[in-house]
Write a new protein. Structure first.
Length: 322
């Protein structure tokens, strides 16, 4: 018995599978059994990478012709399941599109769905997910009951993306059935935010700023240090809510989860919601003039000082080293 057939909802960016997709495939491989990916669109460009990371095949809807991915993919999944090819487990990324597909599939199948997980284990026929609560201070283990398929979504950076060296995944057509009235909502345009340097959730170095910077103009110090270290700038929710920087910079429970080699928190006190998004970093450096700031409780190196004095000196020293 156990888990013999696992589906992973796959996404792509710039012609390649997202890091989140590869993380889920790595965990699916570790659970054993057959691993397949699902993709809303033409999967020919990413089939090679999906196969390399463990997917034997990828179900692809083909061109969605403007249909909302959540509506189309969930409907196509339901059609394949009705056709007799049913998974034991379906894994989704904890993001907008992943939640949309998962919630619609949950209703169509009348199956329980568990979100916001960081781990999953299989023991015999028992599938158990781990979910952080209370800002990550407590971990809850929940086992699925009833019949498969089991539906679960996972936070970014919960697993390590590792290639398995497999051949390209077989592309299997999964036509989208008639969507009825749900076809009324369509995607009319897609906009890609212009960025430079590494992505926040993929960078080896992240420099994040908080309310301690004092004013929005001072965020330039964060961007300058990040650029010098070839890293990505990040931010606490406080300054995102204040309009200093875009939401895409936000690290924390309601932002991005990052696990860089080095995380520098400048002027960030360390609210629980923020630390949920960065405490898995390999090395944490905190700069804050308040020696009682909670951020020092998770820091590997703490600098008690004014960020307006520390950051310029740090940038100057790094540039002097070439």
């Amino acid at each position: 018995m156990g888990i013999n057939n696992i589906w992973v909802f796959a996404q792509q960016a710039n012609g390649a599978p997202t890091t989140g997709t590869l993380e889920l495939l790595a965990k699916a491989r570790a659970l054993g059994g057959n691993v397949s990916a699902w993709f809303g669109g033409d999967a020919s460009a990413i089939a090679g990478a999906l196969g390399e990371h463990g997917a034997a095949k990828v179900f692809a809807t083909g061109d969605l012709a403007g249909a909302l991915p959540g509506v189309a993919v969930a409907s196509a999944m339901k059609a394949v399941i009705d056709g007799g090819e049913s998974p034991d487990l379906v894994m989704f990324p904890q993001n907008y599109e992943g939640r949309d597909v998962m919630s619609r599939l949950s209703v169509k199948l009348d199956r329980t769905v568990i979100t916001n997980n960081t781990d999953i284990t299989v023991s015999g026929d028992t599938v158990t997910v781990t979910t952080p609560i209370f800002g990550g201070n407590t971990l809850v283990n929940t086992s699925f009951t009833g019949s498969a398929p089991y539906l679960a979504a996972f936070r970014p950076k919960s697993f390590v993306a590792e290639a398995a060296g497999g051949a390209a995944a077989e592309v299997v057509a999964a036509p989208v059935p008639d969507l009825g009235s749900t076809a009324g909502a369509v995607v009319t345009a897609v906009h890609v935010e212009e960025t430079t340097g590494p992505k926040l959730d993929e960078a080896d170095v992240v420099v994040a700023g908080g309310r301690g910077l004092g004013e929005s103009d001072k965020f330039e110090l964060i961007e300058s240090l990040a650029k010098t270290l070839k890293g990505a700038p990040g931010a606490s929710r406080a300054i995102v809510d204040a309009g200093w920087v875009p939401y895409s910079y936000q690290v924390g429970q309601t932002g991005k989860v990052v696990k860089p080699k080095v995380y520098i928190a400048a002027g960030i006190s360390g609210a629980t919601q923020h630390m949920v998004g960065m405490k898995g970093s390999k090395n944490i450096i905190a700069i804050n003039k308040d020696k009682e700031a909670p951020i020092f409780g998770v820091a590997d190196l703490g600098i008690i000082g004014d960020v307006h004095k520390v950051l310029p000196k740090l940038i100057e020293a790094l540039k002097a080293r070439g």
